[in-house]
Design a binder for this molecule. Structure first.
Ligand code: HEC
Ligand code: HEC
Length: 345
């Protein structure tokens, strides 16, 4: 599955065959690069931050990274990739990724950063959050608009006060995140950290019970007339409204959730099958899914992952394949039918 193609990019990048960094590069390229950028430059898909940003690397601990990869950022396109949470990566894969990202250049760590204990006033922090326009990018509830979230339970679990403070004070040069050191006093920055902290909610480390996606009964409305979609011109993106309308009219279709199974278990469109883009199940799907029925792939990001699944199906000779244009979170926010847990309906 981790076929590197005709040239071995990991070797081209200077990693000795068989080392942890060599495998890490391949894993990163397959599972991460299409959102975070192949050099960690970020933003190939919405809000996927710049992982090779020197200020980020300087302040993020190994535990911060590992928890982000294993548990993800629930409610965002960042899946829980750890096998224990229903994702595809084993502990050794995660440590290979760590060996790979270690080659990105970074300044020396800051002495004592993660031991800083910060005190401040939440209400002043809130006033500043609005005054400085943090909400324009991060949202009024901190869940992220044009930037990653700053209220996510797993972010706040993994990030020390010092990490948050450093991000606000120094920013992330080369990205949209400004540094506020020149604009705000030390105490004001602390007040903002206290505000972000006040958004923390308990995290869930509980692994879901084992789940094996399968392809039995993939059809929604099996007895209905076949759905017929018109993708946006020159693309395979199908507007969500079309899908919703035909679904509720009782037309026959297949919805394929391309995200990690960990996401599917948290919530998916009612009736969708789980078909993670990386899973061997995709090969089986090419063999067994009907070719006379539209298949709409979706993810949360809103195209990167579903686009890969759709392309695999097209490469497998399927003609009626589309990608849900606005993605899962739009569907959920419209309050169209979704379900959680293991049932499809
Ligand atoms: C113009 C948009 C913008 C504004 C305004 C902005 N941010 Fe950010 N912020 C970002 C982006 C983009 C990132 C991620 C950058 C990256 O790729 O590393 C970020 C990152 C962060 C992070 C680190 C999050 C993480 O997961 O690593 C924190 C904390 C943060 N911002 C807090 C704030 C606060 C507090 C304010 C207001 C004082 C603010 N930001 C204003 C765009 C913005
Ligand atoms: C589908 C797109 C997508 C894929 C694939 C993806 N990520 Fe992410 N990742 C995101 C987004 C979006 C965020 C920010 C989420 C938020 O709003 O808090 C994120 C956040 C992160 C963070 C936390 C950064 C911070 O400052 O808080 C790390 C670390 C990370 N990703 C690493 C990875 C690694 C390693 C992989 C591959 C195993 C990966 N990601 C795969 C979209 C993705």
């Amino acid at each position: 599955m981790l076929d590197a193609g005709p040239t071995d990019a990991a070797v081209d990048a200077g990693f000795e065959r068989g080392t942890a960094a060599y495998y890490g590069e391949r894993i990163y390229r397959y599972y991460c690069g299409f959102c975070h950028g192949y050099q960690g430059e970020g933003y190939r898909s919405d809000n996927a931050n710049a992982l090779s940003n020197p200020n980020f690397l300087r302040s993020a601990t190994r535990t911060f990274w590992e928890e982000a990869i294993i548990y993800g950022r629930p409610g965002t396109p960042m899946s829980a990739w750890g096998r224990e949470m229903g994702g595809p990566l084993r502990a050794i894969d995660v440590s290979d990724i760590m060996a790979y990202v270690a080659h990105w250049e970074r300044p020396d760590p800051i002495e004592g950063l993660h031991e800083q204990v910060i005190t401040g006033d939440r209400d002043r922090g809130w006033d500043l959050y609005l005054e400085m326009g943090c909400d324009d990018c991060h949202g009024e509830d901190g869940s992220g608009v044009t930037a990653p979230g700053v209220s996510n339970s797993w972010l706040l679990e993994s990030a020390s006060d010092g990490f948050l403070r450093y991000a606000i004070a120094e920013g992330r040069p080369g990205t949209d995140m400004p540094g506020y050191e020149q604009v705000l006093t030390d105490q004001e920055i602390d007040d903002l950290v206290v505000l972000l902290r006040s958004w923390a909610t308990p995290v869930n480390r509980e692994p879901p019970p084992p789940f094996e996606p399968d392809l039995t009964d993939p059809l929604i409305n099996p007895d209905g007339e076949a759905a017929s979609f018109t993708p946006r011109e020159g693309t395979f993106y199908v507007p969500a409204q079309q899908v919703y309308d035909q679904l509720t009219e009782g037309r026959r279709m297949i919805l394929a959730d391309a995200r990690a199974a960990s996401d599917y278990l948290v919530g998916h469109i009612s009736g969708a099958i789980s078909l993670p883009f990386y899973d061997e199940l995709v090969e089986e799907a090419v063999e067994v899914l009907p070719r006379d029925t539209w298949i709409i792939a979706y993810c949360g990001c809103p195209h990167a992952v579903s686009g890969r699944l759709a392309q695999a199906l097209i490469d497998g000779g399927f003609e009626f394949v589309g990608v849900l244009d606005e993605g899962y979170y739009h569907w959920r926010d419209e309050r169209w039918p979704i379900t959680n847990g293991r049932e499809r309906y």
